[in-house]
Design a protein around this ligand. Structure first.
Ligand SMILES: C[S@@+](CC[C@H](N)C(=O)[O-])C[C@H]1O[C@@H](n2cnc3c(N)ncnc32)[C@H](O)[C@@H]1O
Length: 207
C-alpha cells in the first residue's frame, strides 16, 4: 500500500520542477574522481548526474528508486546528456541490488523517511559501503513521535512526514547500524508539515 502511494505521488510529480529535497546532501558529499556512489531515492536524477560528472569516467553512480515515473524521467535525462557512467535501478531501499563492500559514497535526499523498515535500510547502507566509506543524507525527522493513526497512512507517509522518526531515534538507528564519525552539517528550525511538526538535517557517517 505504501509503495503504491509513493509510486502514485512521485510518478505524478516526475514531470514537474517542484523541489523535493530537504537539504544539501550533495553539497557536502565531496565525491572524488573514480569513486562508486549511490543515490537512494534518486527521483528525477539531478543528483545522479552531478555525481557522475564529479566521479568522472573512472567512477560510477547508481540511482535507486521505486517510482516508475521518476525512473523514466531520470533515464530520459541520462540519455539526453549522454551520461555513460550512471544507471538507475528499480529497487526498495530495504533491499539494495548492490554488492557488499562495493560503494565509496551513499547520498540521499528526503527519501529514507518514507521507508517502512528504516533499520533495514541503514543495515543495507552499511553492507554496501566499503570499509571507510561514507554516507551524506538529508532527511526529515519528527519533533515529537508521529501519532499512531498517521504512521502507516500510505498517503501521509508518501508526503514525507508521517514516516519520520524523532531525532533521537534517528541517531540511535545510525549507531546501531554500526556507523561512526557521525556529523550534522545543517539542521533546520522545526516547521509544520501535514499533521506534524518536523525538522530537516543533513547528516553523515562512516563505516
Ligand atoms: C522526496 S523525493 C526526493 C527525490 C530526490 N532525492 C530529490 O531530492 O529531488 C523521494 C524519492 O524517493 C523515492 N522513494 C520513496 N520511497 C522509496 C523506497 N522505499 N524505495 C525506493 N525509492 C523510494 C520516491 O519515488 C522519490 O523519487
Amino acid at each position: 500500500m505504501i509503495t503504491e502511494a509513493i509510486n502514485e505521488r512521485y510518478t505524478s510529480l516526475s514531470e514537474t520542477s517542484c523541489c523535493l529535497s530537504c537539504g544539501g546532501a550533495i553539497n557536502h558529499a565531496k565525491p572524488q574522481p573514480g569513486e562508486t556512489c549511490v543515490d537512494l531515492g534518486s527521483g528525477r536524477g539531478n543528483d545522479v548526474i552531478r555525481l557522475a560528472e564529479e566521479v568522472g569516467e573512472n567512477g560510477f553512480v547508481f540511482g535507486i528508486d521505486i517510482s516508475e515515473g521518476m525512473i523514466a524521467k531520470a533515464n530520459a535525462t541520462l540519455e539526453k546528456f549522454e551520461v555513460q557512467n550512471a544507471r538507475i535501478l528499480k529497487a526498495e531501499l530495504e533491499s539494495l541490488p548492490l554488492r557488499d563492500d562495493s560503494i565509496h559514497l551513499v547520498i540521499s535526499n528526503c527519501t529514507i523517511n518514507h521507508a517502512s523498515d528504516k533499520p533495514a535500510v541503514w543495515s543495507e547502507v552499511y553492507r554496501i559501503l566499503k570499509s571507510g566509506g561514507r554516507f551524506v543524507v538529508s532527511d526529515i525527522y519528527a519533533v515529537q513521535p508521529i501519532a499512531e493513526k498517521y504512521r502507516n497512512d500510505p498517503a501521509a507517509v508518501a508526503e514525507c512526514w508521517a514516516g519520520s522518526v524523532t531525532r533521537a531515534e534517528y541517531l540511535t538507528m545510525l549507531e546501531k547500524a554500526g556507523f561512526n564519525d557521525i556529523k550534522i552539517f545543517e539542521e533546520s528550525e522545526p516547521y509544520a508539515k501535514g499533521q506534524a511538526e518536523v525538522a530537516s538535517f543533513t547528516i553523515s557517517g562512516r563505516k
